[in-house]
Ligand binder design. Structure first.
Ligand code: GTP
Ligand code: MG
Length: 201
C-alpha cells in the first residue's frame, strides 16, 4: 500500500463512530512521549499532520486521521505522564475506556514502547488490557535510532519478558531513519484489508 493521502479528521474527548464512518481502524497506544504522533506522521509521510512535542502529554484527546480515504489511524493520548492532575488522569481513563468500548472498527492496536526502557507498570497494564479484551496488537519498539543495530536484541529481551511476546513479534521503529516503516504499513494493510481485494486501489 502506498500512502497517497492523509487527512486529519477530528479530535474527540468522547469517541463516537460518526467520525470514522465504519472504515477499518488501527490505534496507537503507549506512554506519553514514546513517539505515537511522530509515528503517524512518518507513516503518512507528512510532518506536522499529528502534533508532536518534546514535552510529554502533547496529545490529550483522541485524534482521528484518514489514510488514502479508506482507513483510520487513531492517535490516543499517552499514559504515565506524571504531571497531569488526578482529574486529568481520570478523564484519560474515561476517554480510553470509552474508545475501546465504543469502537466497532478497531482491527489492531500498535502498542509502542521505547526500545531503551524496560516496560513500565502501565505498559504491562495496557498489555494485559489488550489481551483480556482479545484486541489484536503489535508491540513496536520506538526510537530504535537511539541504539546500534547490533544492540537491538539485548534491548528487546526485557520488553519480551514484560509483555510476554517473542523477539520476532516486536517491530523496531524509528521516525528519524524510518526503520520499520514499510513493515508497519504492510501490517496496517493486512489487518485492515485481510481479503487483499482493496489493496492499492
Ligand atoms: P504524547 O502525545 O505526549 O502521548 O506523546 P507521543 O507518544 O505522541 O510522542 P511524540 O510523537 O510527540 O514524540 C515525543 C518526542 O520524541 C518528540 O520530541 C519526538 O521528536 C521524539 N521522537 C519521536 N519518535 C522518535 C524516534 O523515532 N527517534 C527519536 N530519536 N526521537 C523520536
Ligand atoms: Mg502524541
Amino acid at each position: 500500500m502506498q500512502i497517497k493521502r492523509a487527512d486529519f479528521i477530528t479530535s474527540m474527548k468522547r469517541y463516537d463512530d460518526y467520525a470514522t464512518r465504519g472504515l477499518p481502524q488501527v490505534a496507537f497506544a503507549g506512554r506519553s512521549n514514546v513517539g505515537k504522533s511522530s509515528m503517524i506522521n512518518t507513516l503518512a509521510n507528512r510532518k506536522g499532520l499529528a502534533r508532536t512535542s518534546q514535552v510529554p502529554g502533547k496529545t490529550r484527546l483522541i485524534n482521528v486521521f484518514l489514510l488514502n480515504e479508506r482507513l483510520n489511524l487513531i492517535d490516543l493520548p499517552g499514559y504515565g505522564y506524571a504531571r497531569v492532575s488526578q482529574s486529568e488522569r481520570f478523564s484519560w481513563g474515561e476517554m480510553m475506556g470509552g474508545y475501546f468500548s465504543q469502537t466497532r472498527d478497531l482491527r489492531q492496536v500498535f502498542h509502542l514502547v521505547d526500545i531503551r526502557h524496560e516496560p513500565s507498570q502501565e505498559d504491562r497494564e495496557m498489555n494485559a488490557f489488550l489481551r483480556a479484551n482479545g484486541i489484536p496488537f503489535t508491540v513496536i519498539a520506538t526510537k530504535s535510532d537511539k541504539i546500534s543495530r547490533g544492540a537491538r536484541l539485548k534491548y528487546i529481551a526485557p520488553i519480551c519478558r514484560a509483555l510476554l511476546v517473542q523477539p520476532w513479534q516486536i517491530i523496531p521503529f524509528s521516525s528519524v531513519d524510518k526503520t520499520g516503516c514499510d513493515q508497519i504499513v504492510q501490517r496496517i494493510e493486512e489487518t485492515c484489508f485481510p481479503e487483499g481485494a482493496e489493496s492499492d486501489k
